[in-house]
Design a binder for this molecule. Structure first.
Ligand code: GLP
Length: 240
């Protein structure tokens, strides 16, 4: 249900907007959303005028590497809809010039203001790969992945493919510039992160807490992810 709800939000945007820009996320959370969007496409929804910008990519993985986020997006969405290749943007994890790549991605984000940003959330409160830290960066940058992130994402890798320890990620400011943000979270293991995001102090140690400052953010949760937020009144929280 939750994923169908979010897919319907995206569908509405695509029907109403001539050149919509989607900010997209990877991970297990948006998988059913992408499946539903593919289903809508089979029923006639066109992505021909859609532009997508993804949140992040691992440093050192080529787009052809099946473990890369570029490959994930191709598999789960892009190869199954009619989006033009030239309208798809992700950071290039294979760049020899990390600073230059971050600047290139910022220029792309500046040219393509995001209409809807889809987010998941890490158990440590990260969004994109903005990890808890003493300081956070506003724009695109390189991050060292936190030990618990490496642990959480190790399931996608094996001995022949050790998990990369760095990523290029959109910064918090770029995420907050989106006109609308939809954070999806499923399962009890996200409940604390969701609770802290919604009602914790706004802190660089809890990157998702910065969403409290955004005027149009919706949290779409299942029962498990919503299980710690009993005390929160009103607000835009959908538990489906
Ligand atoms: C990754 C991604 C995030 C994602 C998070 C949660 O580290 N960079 O964008 O939200 O993990 O992943 P999952 O949806 O698999 O729980």
């Amino acid at each position: 249900m939750a994923s169908i709800y979010v897919a319907a939000l995206v569908e509405n945007l695509l029907r109403e907007h001539a050149n919509p820009v989607l900010g997209l996320a990877t991970g297990s959370t948006p998988l059913r959303l992408y499946r539903q969007l593919v289903e809508f496409h089979r029923q006639g929804l066109s992505f021909a005028h859609v532009t997508t910008v993804n949140l992040d990519e691992y440093v050192g993985l080529a787009a052809e590497d099946p473990h890369s986020y570029a490959a994930f997006m191709r598999r789960e969405l892009f190869a199954q809809v009619d989006i033009p290749l030239g309208n798809i943007f992700l950071p290039n994890g294979m760049t020899q010039d990390l600073a230059g790549e971050c600047a290139r991605y910022d220029a792309i984000l500046d040219c393509h203001p995001i209409d809807i940003q889809i987010l998941g959330i890490g158990r440590n409160g990260h969004i994109g790969f903005n990890e808890p830290n003493d300081t956070l960066r506003g724009r695109t940058h390189v991050v060292d992945l936190a030990p618990n992130t490496l642990e959480a994402n190790a399931r996608y890798f094996d001995d022949t493919h050790p998990i990369p320890t760095q990523a290029i990620t959109m910064g918090i400011e770029s995420i907050l510039r989106a006109r609308e943000i939809v954070l999806m979270a499923f399962g009890r293991d996200k409940a604390q992160a969701v609770h802290r995001a919604l009602s914790g102090e706004i802190s660089t140690q809890n990157p998702a807490s910065f969403l409290q400052m955004h005027p149009n953010t919706t949290f779409v949760l299942d029962e498990g992810a919503a299980s710690s937020i009993g005390g929160i009144a009103a607000g835009k929280v959908s538990s489906v």
